[in-house]
Design a protein around this ligand. Structure first.
Ligand code: TXA
Ligand code: MG
Length: 352
């Protein structure tokens, strides 16, 4: 299949003509990758099981891993869900459109092929103007996982999508680099207490400020064990994984810098390729390997924004070992550390 790459001229001033072919492809059961404010998504008609199957095939994704249905406005929520619990209504008011996905009991029109066999459906209303207008024009809810090959870091530019999806899907809409850079927060509002299933830019602190009590899915707290059954099935897979072995170093920054320099030098001596993930604040203190700053500690949103691109760059450089600094687990740091910990396959080294 020939993949068409369509550049959006000005995301703040989109013309419907620019999106009409993409909307038609979606309506007719094809696949279109598009920008959202979090990461690029790989879209298909969420009500069409055959279209959903194509997503799993293009990504190489296990079909028990459910898809998020994307909508453009509140009126499009009701047909998809059996009920809208109070917490869901409040969170929608506060954070939609935006980087928040909520899990609701599903209605009968949502096929099990989209929900991976679950009786719930995850719904998100993206704010990105290209995503939002595309969904409105398609006239159907759009199932969209991140537009990467399963297991690779999520794409934050159209070029990342091209690397993974060229020849496998009908169209890629290029709206430039995304804003946030990590996937949406997922909250299950189908039970008595809202539960955080995946941290994102709508932080735990923000959720609690809106609805009070919010629980954390135990799966977020540690590595997968034998009886590991996260509520978001996708969280059990080794996501975001670079080809290299990634080690996350935790401890006082001074000690972390020293140990990374030591380990990087040692691996270089053994003729391996080494990547170092650091920050603007520490960049000058590293001496060995391919050194990449992910952003500024003082502005964690810059770190979220660059993280996946840096992991992909290390793949392109064929690095064997990556050593990374770690970050606070508060606010947006929770999402950053969640992605890094998973990219590291829970390989964490504590230093003092
Ligand atoms: O930011 C995002 O959410 C991006 C953009 C494209 O919107 N999408 C995204 O989709 O990250 P994906 O498929 O890569 O991740 C969706 C996650 C998976 O971990 C999946 O298991 C979980 O959402 N999920 C989907 N439906 C669910 C449900 N009914 N119950 C629990 N978890 C669900
Ligand atoms: Mg994904």
């Amino acid at each position: 299949m020939q993949t068409k790459l369509v550049k959006i001229k000005d995301s703040e001033n989109i013309k419907d003509e620019e999106l009409s072919e993409a909307a038609r492809i979606l309506r007719e059961g094809g696949l279109v990758a598009f920008p959202t404010e979090t990461v690029y998504g790989l879209g298909a008609n969420a009500l069409n099981e055959d279209a959903a199957k194509k997503i799993y095939a293009a990504k190489g994704r296990p079909s028990d891993n459910p898809l998020i249905a994307h909508i453009s406005c509140m009126e499009e929520l009701e047909p998809l869900v059996a009920e809208i619990p109070e917490a869901g209504r409040k969170l929608a008011e506060a954070y939609w459109p935006g980087p928040l996905t909520m899990v609701f009991p599903k209605s009968s029109i949502v096929p099990y092929g989209t929900t991976g066999g679950l009786d719930t459906v995850a719904v998100r209303m993206p704010k990105d103007p290209v995503a939002n207008r595309l969904i409105a024009l398609a006239g159907v809810p759009v199932a969209a996982p991140s537009a990467n090959t399963s297991g690779r870091p999520s794409p934050t530019t159209a070029q990342h999508v091209w690397q993974d999806m060229e020849g496998k899907i009908e169209m890629i809409l290029d709206g430039g680099p995304v804003g946030i850079g990590v996937e949406s927060t997922i909250v299950d509002v189908s039970g008595p207490v809202p539960t955080l299933l995946r941290p994102g830019a709508v932080t735990m602190e923000m959720l609690r400020a809106t609805v009070g009590e919010v629980e954390t899915d135990p799966a977020l707290l540690g590595p997968p064990g034998a009886d590991f059954r996260p509520k978001a099935p996708g969280m059990k897979y080794r996501h975001y994984a670079p080809h290299a072995e990634l080690t996350l170093l935790e401890g006082p920054l001074e000690a972390v810098v020293g140990r990374i320099n030591f380990l990087a030098k040692e691996k270089l001596g053994q003729k391996y390729r080494v990547g170092v993930i650091c920050t603007d604040e520490t960049r000058d203190r590293y001496r060995y390997g391919e050194i990449r700053s992910v952003g500024q500690r003082a502005h964690e949103e810059t770190i979220a924004h660059n993280l996946f691109a840096v992991l992909r760059e290390f793949d392109d450089l064929d690095v064997d070992y990556i050593y990374s600094e770690s970050f606070s687990k508060d606010h947006l740091g929770q999402a950053i550390m969640n992605r890094l910990t998973k990219a590291a396959g829970y390989h964490i080294m504590k230093v003092q």
